[in-house]
Write a protein that binds this ligand. Sequence first.
Ligand SMILES: Nc1ncnc2c1ncn2[C@@H]1O[C@H](COP(=O)(O)OP(=O)(O)OP(=O)(O)O)[C@@H](O)[C@H]1O
Length: 925
Amino acid sequence: MGFSVRQVSIYALSLNPWGFVFKLVVLSYLWSPVSSLGSMSPMATSYGDQGSVICVLKSDGSRTVNCYGKNSAIIYGTQPHLQFLGLTAGDGFVCGLLMSSNQPYCWGSSSHIQMGVPQPMIKGAEYLEISAGDYHVCGLRKPLKGRHRNTSFVDCWGYKMTKNYVFDGQIQSISSGAEFNCGLFSQNRTVFCWSDEPDNKDIISKVPKDNRFQKIACGGLHVCGILEGVNAKTLCWGRDLNMEEEIPLVHSGQGQGDIALVPNVSMLSVVGGKFHACGIKSYDHRVICWGCSLRGSTPPPSEIKVFEIAAGNYFTCGIIAEKSLQPVCWGTNFPTSLPIAASPRICRSTPCPPDYYEVDQKKGLCKPPDSHLCMPCSSGCPSEMYQKSKCNVTSDRVCEYNCTTCSSPECSSNCSVIYANPVPAVYLKKKNEKIWSQQLPVIIAEIAFVVFIVCVVSISAVLYVRYRLRNCKCSATRSKVKNPSLQNENIKIRPDMEEFKIRRAQMFTYEELERATDGFKEESIVGKGSFSCVFKGVLKDGTVVAVKRAIMSPSPNMQKNSKEFHTELDLLSRLNHAHLLNLLGYCEEGGERLLVYEFMAHGSLYQHLHGKNKEQLDWIRRVTIAVQAARGIEYLHGYACPPVIHRDIKSSNILIDEEHNARVADFGLSLLGPTDSSSPLAELPAGTLGYLDPEYYRLHYLTTKSDVYSFGVLLLEILSGRKAIDMQYDVGNIVEWAVPLIKSGDITAILDPVLKPPPDLEALKRIANVACKSVRMRGKDRPSMDKVTTALERGLAQLMGSPCIEQPILPTEVVLGSNRMHKKSSQRSSNRSANSEIDVPETEDQRFEFRAPSWITFPSVTSSQRRKSSGSEAEVDGKNNTAAEGRNIGSNIGVGVGGDVLRSLDEEEIGPASPRERLFLQHNF
Ligand SMILES: Nc1ncnc2c1ncn2[C@@H]1O[C@H](COP(=O)(O)OP(=O)(O)OP(=O)(O)O)[C@@H](O)[C@H]1O
């Protein structure tokens, strides 16, 4: 079948161990190029949160592998007896092409690819080459004979890619990028790429159409290919980096950060990192890099020659050609321990073919003494150079500058060194020695000065950090509370109680609370959770409170309840924010455990969204609640000390007070986060079905981004009025249902039908966009909570600024909530509560008595400093009903749509407010 670059049909077949089922999906027609992060080579570099690793085929020609670096799953998973033809690596895993079976074999850890021989594997399939992206690996099957000889088969395993791809035409090699793949056709040497991720359409559409390539290499978000011919140029193309948020990039090497501005030199090979590419220059085997790197990256070594290079996400490693054959790396977060030499190529039993030279056998590179290690000759000399000696059997060609035709600065400086010093070598040597003797003291003084400065800066930094942390005693307290012996119930938290007294959280007797709730009678129940019952009560002084009583059972849950009780007690007594539910006191007597909270007159958001009068919660009120809840969570993540991960964000945990302000409640599952936010907590998953972060659920990988996921689900719930999981619908999981619709640009399809859509849909689109980003599969792709809050504030401002919306602007606290007079307003509101019939006058002292601790205060965190505004309160109704959702610890959940970017919507949502928006916020809040 004739192959046309512009009309390549790709048939994606689901991998099937018993053979092919043709034509399950016809993906698309493609004519664009592809690239990859992990093309097959004797060296592969894995990256990711578990740490970077470099794996190399040993230099003794045994084809066995050695790995060095931080990822213990890779290091300990390395099989020393297996022989490989080449290696490739992705995020947290390495794969090798087995010599014995020509099948891939992977090790390390990946939740998307089965380690070992990836499954499902077609029986007897043999692969020519393998290549890994971030979360997938693909293999190019050996060409078939007979009627299938013009068809190529590529099998992939991993995130959204476990498929068999069938292509018209013979593919010579493949390369995988982060979430895409490219292939190079052998006949017309053109490149094509494919991906299911819409984010990658740039890469696919920008492929140079009429160029013939000799090699390709994919990076994270781009592809580079070396064109055919002597002095051939390298072309790179890819995604627009402006689309990437939050990446502190600097341009590296030449090209001002634009990956497409490739240095104009001929290259032997090229590799791609996440935002950068590096190549080996043909004429001197030195490395050159371009594109973007992270701030603080080590520059590529310009003076050493390398045989082979491989790129991780933010780093690159090369095998040094001269002397040692040891790998060397540059960039950021690269593996530092590289104590072995690597084989730059596979040893062969036959002599080197033409256009190859043999690497010095004295180095003992190949195990069998009569085998040969052949390296390709460089392809000609660059324009200002001439060939001093040809490539022969033992060495590559040597190029030198032609000083009569110099035009570039490099050439001029090189030649001026030669011509400006026509002096005898002995004289030169003496002169150098003299210069050295003069320069040495200066160099030593400079080094001493730098060391001195570094010491001063380090000491100052340490002192400063200690000074800032002098009041941060929370971790010490936490450990006290977290270790009570459950056997000694009566004595266990006494020392902590002293501390709570200091913090003014009141200790109640059981009798007091029993009286307040009328004997915990059924009618006082305002809600039920998995581990507790919540009663409305009125204290002696008339304060309306909510009393949360742990459900008593002598079950194994007892210990769990106790743990949650103490966690909540400990946390709540420390936290103080207008949009967190205040703890007023507690009681622990005998087996009873009770927490006393401010009473939230308007119940939970769940009741409003899914109760009878859901239309009463109009768009402005819904978005306001979202903003306030976001503020509370933002405080937990960013301002609590240490940071707190809530772990159970959901609509039944967003309570609405008398003044219609949202409060985040239920810290029973909260965990104090690591002070170093980059280190995830390996906790067993806990949370509520439908809201649970898939990454946390599957990998036990808990960071603040797990709350962001749950909050994203909450946003979808607020927009759609649908429950997080609702099996009445075809697609029961709200994420799976809403994200594709929003991405298709059809925002109205997900909006709650009980409300009329606002005339200007842009604000809700913004919010939907934030929701989509928040429920991305990978935590690191989700925005942080402060970004979410800023975007929501802007959405709210837009919604309120619309001339067609006649709703009053909500009061300061509604959005800001930073300077609310806690007790005063809440107690007053409690007393005014529609449910409260007791009217007891309050005194200043009483106000203080129950006031939550104020030693942690909420700093100013908004993207804009807001001022008080006038405006009436919105009214939300709904008081009773119990929460209908059940917590489901460790249950399976529907999978969110991952890696999604809402192309049809404004990508600038999450970022600083524009001057116009800032002005609006300042005037209205
Ligand atoms: N301070 C409060 N004021 C008024 N109502 C409250 C208060 N706290 C809780 N409730 C009501 O009680 C219900 C149960 O709350 P609780 O925190 O015990 O469980 P939950 O978070 O809904 O469920 P789970 O414990 O399974 O996560 C809430 O949904 C809410 O309707």
